[in-house]
Ligand binder design. Sequence first.
Ligand code: ATP
Length: 577
Amino acid sequence: MRFQDLVTVFERLEATTKRLEMFEILADLFRQTTPDEIAPIIYMSQGQLLPAFHGLELGMSEKLLTRALAQAAQRAPEDVLAHFKGTGDLGTTAEALLAGRKGKGLTVTQVYTELLRIARTSGEGSVEKKLCNLADLLALASPSEAKYIARFVLGRLRLGVGDATVLEALALAKLGSREFKPDLERAYNLCSDLGRVGEAASKGGREAIARITAQVGYPIRMALCERVPGPEEIIAKIGRCAVEPKLDGFRCQIHKDGERVEIFSRNLERTTPMFPDLVEAVKRQVRAREIIFEGEALAFDEGTGELLPFQTTIQRKRKHGVEDHAKEFPLKLFAFDLLYVDGEDWTPRPYRERRAELVARIAKDTVIEPAEMEETDDAARLRVIFESAIARGLEGIVAKRPDSPYAAGARNFNWIKLKRSYKGELSDTVDLCLVGYFRGGGKRARFGIGAVLAAAYDPVSDSFKTVSRIGTGFSDEEWVQLRERLDEIAVAHKPARVESKMEPDVWVQPMYVVTVAADEITRSPLHTCGADAEGIGYALRFPRVQGFLRADKRPEDANTVQDIIALYEQQRRVKLE
Ligand code: ATP
C-alpha cells in the first residue's frame, strides 16, 4: 500500500465524530491490507511503532525534528522555528514547508521500516544519525505524508483509534463477520499485541487465531476485580472464597525465560529497569525454566518488617539511581498468581491449582513470598480478615473464586475487592477518563482551565460516556500542568468515541485517567453515562479528583458505565438498609 493512501485514511479518521464511521473506515482499510502490512498499519494508526511493552521509543524531540525538517526542506532551522511558532504543530509546518513537492511514492512498508530503524539507532553519534535518516525520509515524502510523519515521530498522531474498534474491524475484514470478535479478543488478551493478532487473522483466519496462546515475553492482559459493598455480599455472590490481602504497590507480571527476566506493569509497560532487585530474586528464588506469574511489589522496612505506604513504594519510579534506591528501600514481592510454566498455559486452570503450583515454585528467601491466603465460606470470618488487613494499614482484601480460571483482560466476580469505605461517601473512588475541559471563571480564569469533563468507558460500544464535570481536587500547579497536558491532545471537534450532551470549551482525545471521589451518584439528564430511553443518565455529586493523572491506566481502564450503575444500585441498597 502507498503511504499516501494510508494518509488519506488517517485524514478521514481524524475528521470523523462517529464511532461507527471510524469502525467502517478501519474495516475498509484492513480489507485492502496485505498480511505483511497489517501489523505496521495497526500500530501506526494507534500512533505506535510496536506495542508499548517493547519499550521502544523514537526519542525525537521538537528540536531534532525542526532540524530534520530544515534539512529536508532546504531551509534555515530559524525559518522552520518561525513557522512553527505560528502553527503550534510541526505537522502543519512540515506540510507547508514542503508544499508543491510531489513525493516519491513511498510505501507503508518503506516508511515503517525506516522509522523502526531510526528508533533502534543507538550508541555514539546516534542523534545525528537519527536526524539525517529522518531528514532523508521527509525529503522523499509528499506534503501531507510529511505532516503525518512529523506528528508520528513526536508521538502526536492521535487518531483516537481504540483496541476494541480495531478488533471489531479486523473480525469483519479478515474473518468475515463481527461475530468473530470474541476469538480475536481471546488471542489479544493472551498476547497484548494487536499487530500480531491482525497478522494471524490475515494469514490463517480463525485457525491461526486459535493457535495464539500465552508466551513468555508477551504480557498477558491482567485480570481485574469487581466490587461489592461488604463481606456478606461476597459470600452471597461466590460462596467459599480464597481471601488475600489487597496490597497497595506495583502490580508486576513477571516473565522468566532461563536467565532472562522481564517485568510488566498494570498497563503492560515494560518496567524491568525499575526492579533490578526483583530480577535477581526471580533468578534466585523461582524454580522454573520458563514462567509467567504475578504479584504486588511493595517497599518495606527491613528493621521492623513492616510494609511501607504507596508514597514510599512509588519513589522507585525514577530514571536514575534505581540501584541506590533499591538498597535504601528494598521491595518485597507478594506473588498471587501463576499464568504459565514451562510450555503450558495455566490461565484456564482453577485458582486453587494455580496457587498450589505457584507456592511450590517459590524457594524460601527474603524478597519473593506467596501472598497470604485463607479460604472461608463464613461472612463473619471474612469480616475479621478484612478488619485485620485494614488495621495493618493495608487497602483491604481481594476474595477469589477457588475454581475460577485466570480471566485475562477481564473485570468480573472471579475476583472481588473490598476496600475501606468512608461513611456518607461512595464506598469507593472511581477512575474516569478526561474528554475535555472548560475554561472556567473566577480565581482560576488565569489558568485558562476551571473544570474537566470526565467519562466512564462503555466496552460494548467502545465509547466514552460523560458522567461528571469536575472542578475540585487539583492544586494550582496541577491545574497549570493539566492544561498543558490537555492542550497537547486537544482536538477541533468531539472525538468519535466520545458521547456527550455537554460541550466543553476544549475537546481532548480520551487519554488520561483520573481517580475521583464523590458523595454519591445521582440520576441526571446532563450526562450520557447509562442514559435510559428518556435520556436520564448518571452523574457524580460533589466530585473531587484525588491525586493527579493516573500514569498506570489506559483510557479503556477507566471504570465502565456498568460499574457506575452497579455503584448507584449498591448505594441505594445501603441507604434502604
Ligand atoms: P484500584 O484503583 O483499586 O487499584 P484497579 O482498577 O487498579 O483499582 P482493581 O481491579 O481494583 O484494579 O484491583 C486490582 C489491583 O489490586 C491489582 O491491579 C493489583 O495491583 C492490586 N492487588 C493487590 N493485592 C492483590 C491481590 N492479592 N490479588 C490481586 N490484585 C491485588
